[in-house]
Design a protein around this ligand. Structure first.
Ligand SMILES: [Zn+2]
Ligand SMILES: [Zn+2]
Length: 82
């Protein structure tokens, strides 16, 4: 019984992988889609490299959830002023 090619992930497999890589599901903030946790999960740091760098440059806040740092508290789920 040959397994279908493992190199090309089908939609179902991708959904399972994405589910396992869930980014801080405990964050219920409305702005979560703008949090670094969520943005980086979407590959924001690759697709918007300069914007990402601007967000983390001269960081003033630390995320108590994932340990990432950012300039603005609104970029993090659990910001802690540095
Ligand atoms: Zn969040
Ligand atoms: Zn975080």
């Amino acid at each position: 019984m040959a397994a279908a090619g493992s190199c090309g992930l089908d939609a179902e497999t991708k959904a399972i992988v994405a589910d396992k890589m869930e980014h801080n599901p405990s964050c219920k903030s409305e702005g979560h889609d703008k949090h670094l946790c969520s943005l980086m999960y979407d590959g924001f740091h690759y697709s918007h490299r300069e914007e990402y760098k601007a967000m983390v440059r001269d960081a003033e806040f630390l995320c108590q959830n994932c340990g990432r740092t950012a300039k603005g508290a609104n970029s993090l789920c659990e910001p802690l002023k540095l």
